[in-house]
Design a protein around this ligand. Structure first.
Ligand code: TXA
Ligand code: MG
Length: 325
């Protein structure tokens, strides 16, 4: 299959929507990362996403909508869900809620669960694309399963060229880490994944603490589907919280860089977490490719603080560093 690179223009979006309507796969930019889109109602198209990514069938997908009303036609919102939607949508927040009666989302996309994950993305023309479609679009991050997420169109092609119909080139993603996922299907909200909406902002909006699920001790039965420990994995090994760096290591710096590495990508020289999130996946990809070319053995990572967007950054780095299956 020849993968086309479409411009993010009205005509390009019309072509992308036509491919999606016909059951094809199109990657597109959102404010967080690039997603690999398919018509959420079409079983064959949804199954093709799992095949193109090599994604385990137990790992459900997020459905994307132009408005909260469109999302809440497919899931049953609680008052808290409506409040969070009006506070954070369009934006990097995903809500897990019970599927509504008559929900049009393919059961393959929700991995047979009684809940579905929904979000209204922000970012450039993402909603213009969704409006041109007129149906919900499922979109996991547009990378082969387990690898580093894409934050520009060339990252998508590096992993999926020849396996998908097209990429809509929406430029770089400005948030840079995936959406925050909160499960509202139980008695109290649960944070399934830290992301672009900080836990501090989420708890302030909820007016209560938002618990994290207990860590799963067993990857074959994850408590939250998709929260497998090894993920976002570059080819080179990753060493966290480095306070020194060797001449055989690439350095992912934050703040003033440690001396001694021949290859450095600074997430943010001024220690700004927003800038660091936006530069995270491009940095991992660059150090991996260039470090491999130069014969370096691993990527050392300077400490990133565990508050605000730092929580999402650390989560991705811990998974990038965990033992590969
Ligand atoms: O920012 C984002 O969320 C991006 C952009 C493209 O929207 N998408 C994304 O999708 O990160 P993905 O597939 O890489 O991650 C979706 C996560 C998975 O960990 C999955 O297990 C979880 O959402 N998820 C989806 N449906 C769920 C459900 N019903 N219950 C619990 N977790 C769910
Ligand atoms: Mg992903």
């Amino acid at each position: 299959m020849q993968t086309r690179l479409l411009p993010d223009t009205p005509h390009g979006r019309e072509e992308a929507a036509a491919i999606l309507r016909a059951g094809g796969l199109v990657a597109f930019g959102t404010e967080t990362v690039y997603g690999l889109g398919a018509d959420a109602r079409n079983d064959h198209a949804v199954a093709a996403i799992y095949a193109a990514k090599g994604r385990p069938g137990i790992n459900p997908l997020i459905s994307h909508f132009t408005t909260a009303d469109a999302a809440f036609a497919q899931v049953t919102p609680t008052p808290l869900a409506r409040g969070l939607a009006s506070r954070f949508w369009p934006g990097p927040l995903t809500l897990v809620l019970p599927r509504a009666p008559g929900c049009a989302i393919s059961p393959i996309a929700t991995a047979g669960l009684s809940t579905a994950a929904v979000r209204v993305p922000a970012g450039g023309n993402t909603r213009a694309l969704l409006a041109a479609c007129g149906f919900p679009v499922v979109a996991p991050s547009a990378n082969p399963s387990g690898r580093v997420s894409p934050s520009d169109a060339l990252h998508v092609l590096a992993g999926l060229d020849g396996r998908i119909d097209a990429v809509l080139d929406c430029g770089p993603c400005h948030v840079g880490v995936e959406s925050t996922i909160v499960d509202l299907s139980g008695p109290a909200p649960v944070l399934l994944r830290p992301g672009g909406v900080t836990l501090e902002a989420l708890e302030a909006a909820c007016g209560m603490p938002v618990a994290m699920p207990r860590a799963s001790s067993n990857d074959s039965r994850p408590l939250a589907p998709g929260q497998l420990s090894s993920h976002y994995a570059p080819g080179l090994a990753v060493r966290l919280d480095a306070d020194t760096v060797g001449a055989d290591e690439a350095l992912l710096a934050f703040g003033p860089p440690l001396p001694g590495s021949p290859l450095v990508w600074n997430l943010s020289a001024r220690g700004d977490l927003r800038e660091a999130a936006a530069r995270l996946f491009a940095g991992l990809r660059f150090l991996d490719m260039e470090g491999h070319r130069r014969g370096l053995v691993r990527i050392a990572v300077q400490p990133v603080p565990a508050h605000g967007l730092g929580r999402a950054i650390r989560d991705r780095l811990v998974r990038a560093a965990s033992p590969r299956p």
